[in-house]
Write a protein that binds this ligand. Structure first.
Ligand code: ATP
Ligand code: MG
Length: 249
């Protein structure tokens, strides 16, 4: 049972103000080990802002975050990465002109000593990234292929591979399928299900009910910056969740 698994991430009473705009007001969330939490809400409901607070990109105006039960104050996404949380941003932020392998390791590449120089270890980057892609059943011709040659779905897969390459325990995905063709959506959803089996917790934001119902164990709805409703997936329906998005219970 998921409900007996450890809580890996908890947010308590998170508020975020931008000047006079209230983006979030006392929002709570819990995520357990290996669980996928679906987050839904209308445009402007506060979903992305909330995820940016969880990843340390935004400092909350008030409220607290707990990783594995310990309260943490995040000054930047580096802090959340060190605690095992990775975020896959909507725009992916991949470097198109670089090979797949170097994208997976971007900024965290293995190096080798050459005299007093630290050089990128390209052989190791290729080996490690191909092993990691294999583990996730992501098929590419070679890790040396440039990202700009890939399809939208393959790029999304590479962004997810990067987010999980360093033993991360929690991965946040903001609209991972929004820009994809139907055929590619299924592959990204399969990938999320494989991550869950590996014990990784996933938070997925999506406007697509098919995505939410294909991968989530639990779904929560934000409405105008507040917690509006939440349910185990098996205890709700698409129509009910669509109602929550529009502020109806
Ligand atoms: N950097 C910012 N400065 C000022 N206001 C912001 C900023 N970021 C978000 N907001 C405001 O906060 C509210 C929540 O925005 P947010 O992007 O979190 O919504 P969302 O639920 O992700 O919407 P969407 O589904 O359209 O992505 C909106 O009113 C938005 O205009
Ligand atoms: Mg958003």
């Amino acid at each position: 049972m998921l409900s007996s698994k450890n809580i890996v991430l908890e947010a308590k009473n998170i508020s975020k103000y931008f000047g006079t705009i209230t983006a979030l007001e006392n929002v709570n969330l819990t995520v357990r080990e290996g669980e996928c939490l679906g987050v839904v809400g209308d445009n402007g409901a506060g979903k992305s802002t909330f995820m940016k607070v969880l990843s340390g990109l935004y400092k909350p105006s008030s409220g607290s975050l707990f990783f594995n039960g310990n309260q943490e104050i995040l000054s930047s996404p580096k802090d959340s990465q060190n605690l095992g949380l990775e975020m896959v941003y909507q725009d992916l932020a991949l470097a198109g002109n670089l090979p797949i392998g170097e994208n997976i390791f971007l900024g965290r590449e293995p190096t080798k000593k050459f005299g007093f120089l630290n050089l990128l270890d390209y052989k190791k980057i290729k080996e490690l990234s191909e092993a990691h892609l294999d583990k996730l059943k992501i098929h590419v011709k070679s890790a040396e292929q440039k990202v700009e040659e890939l399809s939208g779905g393959q790029r999304q897969a590479i962004a997810i591979a990067r987010a999980t390459a360093f033993n991360s325990k929690i991965v946040i995905m903001d609209e991972p399928t929004a820009a994809l063709a139907i055929k590619e959506v299924g592959k990204v959803l399969d990938l999320i299900n494989s991550l869950k089996k590996m014990g990784v917790s996933v938070i997925i934001i999506s406007h697509r009910m098919d995505d939410i119902f294909a991968v989530s164990d639990r779904v929560m709805a934000l409405f105008q910056g507040t917690n509006f409703a939440e349910s185990e997936l098996s205890k709700t329906t698409r129509d009910e969740v669509i109602g929550w998005i529009m502020g109806k219970k």
